[in-house]
Design a protein around this ligand. Structure first.
Ligand code: PHE
Length: 345
């Protein structure tokens, strides 16, 4: 009989005095789950006579309440007990846990080092947009219209509806144009930043990398100034026993142009895989700013001259830290990143 069952379970609930949270859980599983006692009794209730329904409805509801209340109070009893024992276990005299600080990205570290060296020579730091127009990335820099660097192979072009396509800058030389257009000589600045080229990604090439461009424009600036500045830079960055050599080269925006090699930092000039056995590695392009570029930027090339240089930060970082795969720089693997200097920022 339903009535007797209710009576019997009500007594059981009243007697229930849990000794542990396991007892509380057993209580829940017996009384309160879908197939538990409370539900079963409610199911039985559905099929009793209307008279009995009137009589038992209230009792059954009270029974359900009693079961739920018992569960709630028992649960609270053990929750506060476990918190109290936790509090006792805490030893406030123990030293605190240390913080794990992040480390600078190797490219940021090297960029910072490069910037510091040039700052001591009086160079300021300038930046420009990564999305450029044709004028600042190519035309003002004396690139002829048919120059291969404008080719879709190398440059990421962005089609604009008005027909004036824009591009992701392929080098930071665009910043020297912006600087000269917007100011008056003398200029003495370096321009670090990210550049983009449409290359297949491999250990040796990526679709983006970082450069530092340098520009020095004043009256009477000569190639000797360029050589001395860059020689000083290399000695500071790679150490005093590093040799340099200049090889003639070509850039549309400098005349004359050169590429600068340094004695291989890994084998000290004896020949290894990094320098392909030659003992020398190329680190930057440079030259005297072409008078056409000065004129394009509104600067009197009869009065002023200047030098410019540009280097890849990844390349310098590879040489300093012997990193052989460019992809490591952008994969954000903490096992790689954690190997570099850690400092408070
Ligand atoms: N812009 C050149 C490059 O991307 C580097 C460079 C800068 C060369 C300035 C000469 C002068 O390769």
């Amino acid at each position: 009989m339903l009535q007797e069952k209710i009576q019997q379970y009500t007594e059981e609930i009243a007697r229930f005095t849990p000794q542990s949270s396991e007892d509380v859980e057993a209580f829940r599983l017996k009384f309160l789950v879908t197939k538990g006692v409370v539900r079963t009794l409610f199911d039985e209730f559905k099929s009793v006579s209307p008279d009995l329904k009137r009589e038992l409805g209230k009792t059954l509801n009270e029974f359900k309440q009693a079961a739920e209340n018992k569960y709630k109070t028992s649960q609270e009893q053990f929750a506060s007990a476990s918190q109290a024992s936790k509090r006792e276990a805490e030893d406030l005299t123990l030293p605190g846990e240390g913080f794990v600080f992040g480390s600078r990205h190797p490219l940021s570290l090297v960029r910072k080092e490069i910037v510091e060296i040039f700052k001591k020579l009086g160079f300021t730091v300038a930046e420009g947009p990564e999305i450029e127009d044709d004028w600042h990335n190519f035309t003002a820099l004396n690139f002829p219209p048919e120059h291969p660097a404008r080719d879709m192979q190398d440059t990421f072009f962005i089609k604009k509806q008005d027909g004036n396509d824009i591009a992701l800058r392929t080098h930071t030389s665009s910043v020297q144009v912006r600087m000269m257009e917007n100011g008056t000589p003398p200029f003495r600045a370096i321009m670090p930043g990210r550049v983009y080229r449409n290359e297949a990604i491999s250990a040796r090439a990526h679709c983006f990398f970082h450069q530092v461009e340098g520009l020095y424009v004043d009256e009477g600036v000569s190639f000797a100034d360029l050589k001395q500045t860059l020689y000083h830079f290399v000695q500071e960055l790679f150490g005093e026993d590093t040799n340099v050599r200049f090889r003639p080269s070509y850039f549309p925006f400098t005349e004359p142009s050169a590429e600068m090699d340094i004695s291989c930092t890994i084998c000290k000039g004896n020949g290894c895989a990094m320098c392909k056995g030659s003992g020398w590695v190329e680190i930057l392009g440079c030259g005297m700013v072409d008078p056409n570029v000065l004129e394009n930027c509104g600067i009197d090339s009869g009065k002023y001259s200047g030098f410019a240089f540009g280097m890849g930060i990844e390349r310098i970082t590879n040489l300093k830290y012997e990193i052989k795969d460019l992809r490591l720089f952008s994969e954000n693997d903490v096992r790689f990143l954690g190997q570099f200097e850690t400092e408070l920022i």
